[in-house]
Design a protein around this ligand. Structure first.
Ligand code: ISE
Length: 335
């Protein structure tokens, strides 16, 4: 059996997933690629036998050859496609964010609960990064005693056109919201955002960097430096403080070279390179689980909970206060 996947959105992430599915993933094929820019969809299916290029998501969802969907459009377009794909009761991999706000994410959760089975996996790929997985198990197994604090750095070289101040939270820090929930197994209870001295390298309207302060149900404190015009390259790293030690992940990787009187190595240019292996494991896990009728990673509940954190974060950006994260009770489907 094979997943015949419609990829909706042939932008940066969609194009990356199309290559991944057609070259490296077992048990799935690209059946259709949808993009409002039909030429972009056509370019994306080049060399992929049996794939069609379309300009309309409905056409892909109604196509009998399609039995799964990967949503890689901008976040504000996810809701409509998610509801239609749920109505068709097919496996869904939805890139983050699930939707841009808690109310629309809750609608998705309700629709899935009404369906009665989990069909949506959300694209929080960091959970599939080898070092993230290792730190996660150190925490869960209490190998170094209790986890006390998490310090995150999230740095991008620059931002694409149209990347707003809110997107620092909704599109970037959303990953840390999920990572902190993944590491601690707890919900985040509050978010505060501090805006300090800003770089001149940010586009107008964006205050960059920002310092995001969070706490979890048991009182674990976490902070995130989100710095999206950091120029030097892409970096996502975490330092975890335990009762019996400190663990750092995501630092520079080899090869470490010495030549001509200097030492150094390479910085990853973007998330495709930094998380390439994690994306492969993520999509394979989705496909394997989907072929058995389930999901293989973060759920719509995780999408909803992180959307609630984002909403609190955007409010906190504006008022400088510590804003509580409000969550509806977790439906049994996700327990
Ligand atoms: C982007 O959308 C991602 O998901 C990347 O992982 C993140 O590092 C980046 O800041 C976002 O814009």
């Amino acid at each position: 059996e094979t997943l015949r996947v419609a990829v909706i959105g042939a932008g940066r992430m969609g194009a990356d997933h199309i290559q991944r599915i057609s070259k490296r993933i077992h048990g799935a094929e690209v059946a259709a690629v949808v993009d409002v820019d039909l030429a972009r969809a056509q370019a994306a299916i080049e060399g992929i036998p049996g794939a069609v290029a379309l300009a309309d998501a409905d056409e892909a969802l109604n196509n009998g050859d399609v039995n799964a969907v990967l949503i890689a459009t901008p976040g504000f377009l996810h809701e409509d496609i998610l509801l239609k794909a749920l109505a068709r009761d097919i496996p869904i991999l939805c890139e983050k964010p699930l939707t841009p706000d808690a109310a629309s994410s809750w609608k998705i959760v309700e629709a899935e609960v009404a369906l009665g089975r989990q069909r949506i996996q959300v694209g929080f790929m960091r959970r599939f990064d080898a070092e993230y997985a290792t730190l996660g198990s150190i925490i869960r197994n209490h190998e170094l005693g209790e986890l006390l604090m998490l310090h995150h750095q999230h740095r991008n070289p620059s931002t694409p056109e149209g990347f707003t101040n809110e997107m620092l939270i909704n599109d970037s820090v959303v990953h840390e919201f999920d990572a902190i929930r993944f590491f601690t197994g707890e919900e985040i209870t509050s978010v505060q955002v501090r805006l300090g001295k800003a770089t001149k390298n940010a586009p107008s309207g964006q205050h960059d960097p920002q310092h995001v302060l969070l706490e979890t149900e048991s009182g674990v404190l976490a902070d995130v430096e989100i710095y999206v015009n950091a120029k030097f390259g892409y970096e996502v790293a975490t330092q975890a403080s335990f009762e019996d030690g400190i663990v750092s992940i995501g630092g520079d990787k080899g090869p470490y070279t010495r030549s001509s009187g200097r030492w150094g190595g390479n910085v990853t240019p973007g998330f495709e390179e930094r998380f390439g292996a994690a994306y492969d494991v993520e999509i394979q896990s989705w496909v394997d689980a989907a072929l058995k009728g389930g999901i293989g990673g973060p759920s719509a509940w995780d999408g909803y909970a992180t959307a609630a954190c984002c909403e609190a974060g955007v409010e906190a950006q504006k008022n400088g206060e510590k804003v509580a994260v409000k969550l509806a009770p977790k439906p049994d489907l996700y327990k």
